[in-house]
Write a protein that binds this ligand. Structure first.
Ligand code: FMN
Length: 353
């Protein structure tokens, strides 16, 4: 029987296995509860939600589990330029994507309106809701926010893509540090350097962070089974965060079409692209990302996401899935389980022998 470690103790869970939170509507209360009820830590990606939507989500999760769970936000959720995009800038970028809108017989969208950051108001809601755990990416919340979390007994988890970011999180006295290797599915969540310069693999990043900082390290990126968990622990991590393998489970917010792609031959190939959101993210490659590559201008975040939303919708409605990139980590071709309890049993076996 696994006798607890620093991470399971801090998070008050049975096994130091975190379900990676998913933005983009792919999280679900059912998945969070299934993972927490199986002894891990469920996580909900809430960065796109309004404060009242976060309240509803937390209420829903609490109906399904009495165990601790994690609510995740993006500290930097708006690029500086998102507030003042000129028509000329928009038209140049829109023209690049025009052939794909034409292919799907849909009009180019109008220039997206200005967007303000939601982070501060989301945090206000979160502090009132007091989830046991608050994890964040793309930065470090202010000292006031972190102090308030500590006062309220909310454990904090930050994500590092480089040693410098790990050191900054430790300096800010964040409780736990996720080592987010570039194998990971979804966005590269760094904040000190350009994403393109922060592409450390999980193997290197976990070693560096566990040698150089004292906060417990949670390895994320490319872990899909007990072998991966054992390797991460051997390298110095005290816990793991698993995303793609949980996304593939029936409890997640992923559609059937998304899960079918995760279990298809296409899953042998992932790549990093900025095409769909303008921030570098890993997914199962689609033809738009493959054709455009990464040497082009995109709209600032989150305007590119808004711009591409009708295209994504039309591609799905018309069954043209091959155009799209489906967020997933590099080891997606190795996933086996289709429900969270079975996956948790597989991952937690690593702690039992
Ligand atoms: C579809 C998708 C969306 C994600 N969204 C977020 C997010 O909003 N916040 C976050 O901290 N991590 C996010 N991640 C990263 C995961 O939480 C996790 O760290 C990562 O998936 C681990 O790598 P793996 O996919 O190889 O297991 C996302 C990952 C995926 C696949």
């Amino acid at each position: 029987m696994f006798q607890k470690n620093i991470v399971s103790d801090l998070l008050k869970i049975q096994y130091p296995v975190l379900q990676g939170p998913f933005g983009g509507g792919l999280s679900s209360a059912e998945l969070v509860a299934a993972v927490s009820n199986a002894g891990g830590l469920g996580g909900y990606g809430a960065y796109q939600l309004k404060p009242d939507e976060i309240v509803s989500v937390v209420r829903h999760i609490k109906e399904l589990t009495i165990r601790p769970f994690n609510i995740n936000l993006w500290v930097n959720d708006t690029d500086d330029k998102a507030g003042n995009l000129s028509d000329a800038e928009y038209n140049t970028i829109a023209d690049l994507f025009r052939p794909y809108f034409d292919e799907l017989h849909i009009p180019l969208p109008d220039k997206p309106g200005n967007v303000n950051s939601k982070f501060e108001e989301q945090v206000e809601a979160l502090l009132r809701l007091r989830p046991a755990i608050f994890s964040f990416v793309f930065g470090i919340p202010s000292r006031e926010i972190l102090d308030e979390c500590r006062k309220q007994g909310i454990t904090t988890i930050g994500a590092a893509t480089t040693l410098d970011e790990g050191l900054a999180l430790e300096e800010a006295n964040v409780d736990l540090v996720i080592a987010s290797g570039f194998e990971a599915g979804g966005h590269r969540p760094g904040f000190l350097h350009p994403a393109e310069d922060s592409l450390h693999g999980t193997f290197s990043l976990v070693r560096q962070l566990s040698e150089k900082i004292r906060k417990p390290i949670i390895a994320a990126g490319g872990i899909v089974d007990a072998k991966g968990v054992k390797a991460a622990l051997e390298l110095g991590a005290s816990g793991v965060q698993v995303g793609t393998a949980f996304l593939a489970c029936e409890e997640s917010g992923a559609s059937k079409e998304y899960r079918d792609v995760l279990f298809s031959e296409r899953a042998n190939y992932t790549s990093l692209t900025k095409v769909f959101t303008s921030r570098l993210a890993r997914g199962i490659s689609g033809s738009i990302a493959a054709e455009l590559g990464n040497r082009f201008e995109v709209l600032p975040f989150p305007l590119q996401t808004t711009f591409m939303a009708p295209l994504r919708k039309a591609a799905v409605e018309q069954g043209k899935y091959s155009l799209l990139t489906y967020w997933a980590g590099q080891n997606v071709s190795l996933i086996r389980h289709r429900n969270a309890k079975a996956l948790m049993a597989d991952l937690s076996a690593a702690f039992e022998n």
